[in-house]
Design a protein around this ligand. Structure first.
Ligand code: GDP
Length: 525
């Protein structure tokens, strides 16, 4: 096996996703505790005074105590290299989360044992299923009272199109956990919480007889429930898991580091290693082919002292070496990678080499756009990143006419980074672009960035639209006179979008003219 193939095979690249407060930051810390963090930049940094793994470099993040931008944590575990991509916790930035999901091979979905499925959980499961991203589900907070395990499985099964197939099963109800039974070999693992939870919980293997003696009814009930799972075919099937038809489930408590080692082991044993990534015509590029990758995130001015722009690139094939000259697919121009770095929050480390599955941060990458492919030797173009259906619209105007040029540059920058989608309409003109976003907080970021970084004072006016549909030229013509509807051209790709105040208005318009082309943007999710 070639070195590149072997390096790719031992990589696991994933993101933890969840509804806010399910414990994403906590489990990231807990995972890091089991692992050997690679590179100095992997040191764990604080969030709001407590120990935490967050990217806390934006002033707004600090003020609000939320994590807006994504960073990468790389660590070694067993013989593997694990890349954990951070995703923003707040639902307003889910577009960023969706893009991170294009760069991972697997996702870990965290559920709060007391809350079960929450709105963001449902959306994220849907994105994973649609994009065929394998999901491992971790039922968190089992140290606190919550729902019954079977009830949680029923909820997942009935509300999501992915069947839960538990790999471990809890002995003891939520809030009174003795341990878990590993369904793969029937062994029972008892957890003893470390004082303060600062260390991983100690684990003890308990044989069946001893478990029965110690945990009595709780143990026999767990065995009965496992029989029920078997009877309903809720058993792990590797192929179905890889196709996002089923999701293996684990139980634990991130705060006490219970069940976290099992999660890491499942990721190493069952989650897929980087695979050949198909190009725009569907031809997969082998992992051992010369270097290739694509930009899944762009961030400007990460460090105010540097005033630079970083493009995050997921390596898809080949060995990346710092300093190598790669070709930027859209422009055909060479790009020097002298300043390649591994990125973790505000900390940076020079990266010398990387393999498929890894993420590199390219500094001073002003010419790189979202979704752009990079390659060496044989040209490759990976599919464009999906763009997501905006639910909020606002017009933005430059308050100082002498800064019109800078304003345009700022808007183009935010568009390139994917902070917002930029739309233009004939009626409003070029001086008054409309920003479209998944969450309204994206407007706050845009406005803060325009005034803070580009020194352009702006006013932002919310518009009364809540959904958009893609249409064509005849559709645009017909809709121009429709009351309450506005037609826009999207700057990024020239797509014609019609914005509607609500779904009822959309339905009326459709009812009046069933031949109108009105394609949902969510189909891309
Ligand atoms: P995030 O918003 O998903 O990143 O969630 P955090 O990691 O910040 O956790 C939210 C809250 O849940 C915090 O108060 C955590 O201490 C708490 N928490 C996280 N995991 C657990 C757990 O396993 N058990 C309990 N009891 N609390 C937890």
């Amino acid at each position: 096996m070639s070195q590149v193939k072997a390096e790719a095979a031992r990589r696991r690249t994933f993101a933890v996703i969840s509804h806010p407060d399910a414990g994403k930051s906590t489990i990231t810390e807990a995972l890091a505790l089991h692992a050997q963090v690679i590179g100095e930049a992997g040191a764990v940094h604080g969030k709001g005074g407590r120990k935490g793994v967050v990217s806390d470099w934006m002033a707004m993040e600090q003020q609000r105590g939320i994590s807006i931008t994504s960073a990468v944590l790389q660590f070694s575990y067993r013989d593997s290299v694990v890349n954990l991509l951070d995703t923003p916790g707040h639902a307003d930035f889910s577009e960023d989360t969706y893009r991170v999901l294009t760069a991972v091979d697997c996702a870990v979905m965290l559920l709060d044992a007391a809350k079960g499925l929450e709105p963001q959980t449902l959306k994220l499961f849907e994105v994973c299923r649609h994009r065929r991203i394998p999901v491992v589900t971790f039922i968190n907070k089992w140290d606190r009272p919550g729902m019954e395990a079977l009830e949680l499985m029923d909820e997942i099964e009935s509300r999501i199109d992915i069947k839960p197939t538990p790999l471990t099963w809890p002995v003891g109800i939520a809030g009174d956990m003795h341990g878990v039974i590993d369904r793969r070999d029937g062994s029972m693992i008892h957890f003893e919480r470390a004082p303060g939870g600062a260390r991983a919980a100690t684990e003890e293997l308990v044989d069946a007889e001893e478990a029965k003696a110690r945990y009595g009814e709780d143990y026999t009930q767990a065995l009965e429930e496992i029989e029920l799972l078997e009877a309903s075919d809720a058993t792990h099937d590797q192929k179905l898991f890889l196709n996002a038809v089923t999701t293996p489930v684990l139980f634990g408590a991130a705060v006490a580091n219970i069940g976290v080692r099992q999660l890491l082991d499942v990721l190493i044993d069952h989650a897929p290693a980087p695979e050949p990534r198909p190009d725009t015509s569907g031809n997969p590029r082998p992992v051992e082919a010369p270097f290739s990758g694509f930009v899944f995130k762009i961030q400007a001015n990460m460090n105010p002292a540097h005033r630079d722009q970083v493009a995050f690139v997921r390596v898809c094939s080949g060995r990346f070496e710092r300093g190598m000259v790669v070709t930027h697919e859209p422009s055909g121009r060479p790009f020097t990678t002298k300043y390649a770095q591994s990125m973790f929050g505000s900390a940076r480390d020079t990266i010398d080499e990387a393999f498929p599955g890894d993420v590199i941060g390219l500094v001073n990458a002003t010419n790189l756009g979202m979704g752009d492919s990079l390659f060496v030797d044989k040209k490759v173009e990976f599919p464009a990143l999906p763009s997501y259906a905006p639910e909020h619209f606002a017009q933005v105007r430059c308050d100082d006419t002498s800064k019109a040029k800078r304003f345009r540059r700022g808007i183009a920058q935010l568009d390139a980074e994917g902070v917002v989608q930029v739309l233009y309409s004939d009626a409003r003109g070029d001086a008054a672009p409309v920003l479209a976003a998944v969450g309204p907080m994206q407007f706050e970021v845009a406005s803060a960035r325009l005034s803070g970084e580009f020194n352009v004072p702006v006013s932002v006016d919310n518009l009364p639209y809540s959904l958009a549909r893609r249409t064509d030229a005849p559709g645009a013509q017909a809709l121009r006179t429709a009351p309450g509807v506005e037609v826009f051209t999207r700057a990024r790709d020239g797509a014609i979008l019609a914005a509607f105040p609500n779904k009822w208005r959309l339905q009326t318009v459709k009812g009046n003219d069933p031949n109108l082309k009105l394609d949902p943007l969510l189909a891309e999710v």
